[in-house]
Design a protein around this ligand. Structure first.
Ligand code: SAM
Length: 286
């Protein structure tokens, strides 16, 4: 990482730089955020598009760098985001289309890109309350699945997502793209299987795990008794016994046809909206 990229100290506050060279060290550092190692080292990530940048800033995420293509310069919303970035002590880069295309590796690039601080919810701070639903994902591998699940959790009113075990990065460009901005609205925590098991014992939650060999039809479960954690298995191997043992219920979504299972994100969506249906009916009773 170049010194420039991290040096957000007083000297740089309010500075707007014009960049046209692909070899510029700040651009190289931004492009390096495609790699997980660079994201981890810097604790930052990339979000593409003006809508996502606006969502993130409005939700209080810390912007480090705003990059926009020259052609977008006169848009009032871009100007506003640039002003907010400067006010927050961030760096604003006005770049050529060639440069922005090289950052996002797209032929039709977005005109605006933001670099934000990552935000992880500490597991110990998650104390689910009545009526809350959380999603726990065992070793989720596919960025598209994770992004879709974060987006669906947002749409279904879930409280957050817990990544259990070695998981794909919620802050990779592919995942962030697939969340369509929900990555800024849904808290994400991470845990080893052991940490998750210890947490669930003290969190006062009901763990509803989904399993192809589940004994219970998912529609017959009462999702209203306690806060619910929907525990979903890995795409290839499903839920390991170590986690399945922890479940209060092993739920199955009855299927027909030749498919042996549902896609992970689809199964999670089915579960989330079933839990939501139960919770909405509870709210009506109250
Ligand atoms: N071969 C894997 C297996 O044996 O479990 C398939 C995993 S499936 C693609 C990914 C996850 O989605 C499963 O672990 C489970 O959590 C959930 N899932 C998919 N279809 C399901 C169904 N019909 N009933 C319950 N859970 C399901």
């Amino acid at each position: 990482m170049s010194k420039d990229f991290h040096d957000q100290g007083p000297r740089r506050v309010g500075q707007v730089k014009e960049v046209t060279s692909l070899a510029n060290p700040i651009i190289k550092d931004i492009k390096a955020l495609m790699n997980k190692k660079s994201r981890e080292e810097s604790g930052t990530f990339l979000a593409e598009g003006l809508k996502l940048v606006i969502d993130a800033i409005e939700l209080g995420w810390t912007i480090r760098t705003l990059v926009y293509a020259k052609a977008a310069k006169s848009k009032p919303l871009v100007e506003q985001m640039a002003a907010k970035t400067v006010a927050a002590g961030g760096l604003v880069l006005e770049v050529s289309e060639k440069v922005i295309a090289s950052i996002t590796r797209r032929d039709n690039p977005q005109m605006v890109v933001g670099i934000f601080d990552q935000r992880w919810k500490p597991l110990r701070d998650i104390r689910p309350k009545e009526g809350e639903t959380w999603v726990a994902l065992d070793r989720v591998r596919d960025p598209g699945n994770l992004g879709t699940i974060i987006r669906t959790a947002d749409a279904a009113g879930a409280s957050g997502v817990i990544l259990v075990g070695e998981a794909t990065d919620p802050f990779s460009l592919e995942t962030v793209r697939a969340t369509m901005g929900s990555v800024f609205a849904v808290p994400v925590a991470r845990a080893t299987p052991e940490e998750f098991i210890a947490w669930r014992k003290s969190a006062g939650v009901s763990v509803v795990a989904t399993h192809l060999a589940g004994a219970v039809d998912y529609r017959t479960i009462d999702y209203r008794k306690k806060p619910v954690v929907l525990l979903m298995g890995n795409e290839q191997s499903g839920l390991p016994d170590q986690l399945a043992r922890e479940a209060d219920a092993l739920a199955r979504i009855p299927q027909q046809g030749r498919a042996d299972s549902l896609n992970l994100a689809v199964a999670t969506a089915v579960m989330l909206f079933e839990a939501r249906r139960h919770l909405l009916s509870l709210a009506e009773v109250k």
